[in-house]
Design a protein around this ligand. Structure first.
Ligand SMILES: [Zn+2]
Length: 209
């Protein structure tokens, strides 16, 4: 009698490659669906197992990932680039949603946007070496519901507030917290890039106080 153990079937597959491949092709889709269903059903379990393994083998896993990344740098890069090229619109929509959400929920991010946008259009000499006071100032103003316009003394909602460089950047003013003030949109738009003395008519400062 022939014993049909694993070694027998291994040999059988080797001797009949055509038959095996035919069978394999027949069931592969079924197997794939089965596996996908199982994997979706046991998502939490799989994640828990993977996390448990990672926690107890951190060094090995990180080392292995690093090695894999090093060895496959180009293909990983090309894959990411290919994905980005193919999914331009999807990425654009996703990024816009991400920025919108952060803009609405993260005051630090909002302050940073104003700071970075300013930095982009000024000379190196006008830049500050320490942006923290600027960011803190903007964040503290924005964290309150309203603020007083430095120029007209009107109270305005911080949703509509502007930050103005008192000595305009175009006139060589510094992008520093000492040169920043809170302004309503009306004053900000009308002052534009004029010096305070040129913008206000003589005596106006007294009238508004
Ligand atoms: Zn104003």
């Amino acid at each position: 009698m022939i014993t049909r153990d694993a070694a027998y079937w291994r040999q059988y597959r080797k001797d009949h490659p055509g038959i095996y491949m035919k069978y394999h092709a027949k069931i592969i889709d079924k197997k794939r669906i089965q596996l996908k269903a199982w994997s979706e059903k046991n998502r939490d379990k799989r994640h828990a197992t993977a996390k448990k393994y990672y926690d107890s083998h951190k060094d090995i896993v990180n080392q292995r990932n690093k090695q894999y990344h090093e060895a496959n740098k180009d293909s990983i890069h090309n894959q990411a680039k290919g994905y980005a090229l193919k999914n331009k619109e999807v990425i654009k929509v996703k990024m816009a949603a991400y920025h919108k959400k952060r803009y609405a929920t993260d005051p630090k991010y909002k302050a940073g946007l104003f700071h970075r946008a300013t930095e982009r259009r000024i000379t190196v000499q006008q830049r500050t070496t320490n942006p923290k006071p600027i960011l803190d100032f903007i964040e503290s103003v924005k964290s309150k519901p309203s603020a007083i316009c430095y120029y007209c003394q009107k109270r305005v909602s911080t949703n509509h507030i502007h930050f103005d460089h008192m000595i305009p950047l175009s006139k060589g003013g510094m992008h520093s917290v000492e040169n920043l003030c809170v302004s309503c949109d009306k004053c900000n738009l009308s002052k534009h890039d004029k010096l305070i003395a040129d913008w206000m008519t003589l005596g106006q400062q007294l009238l508004t106080l």
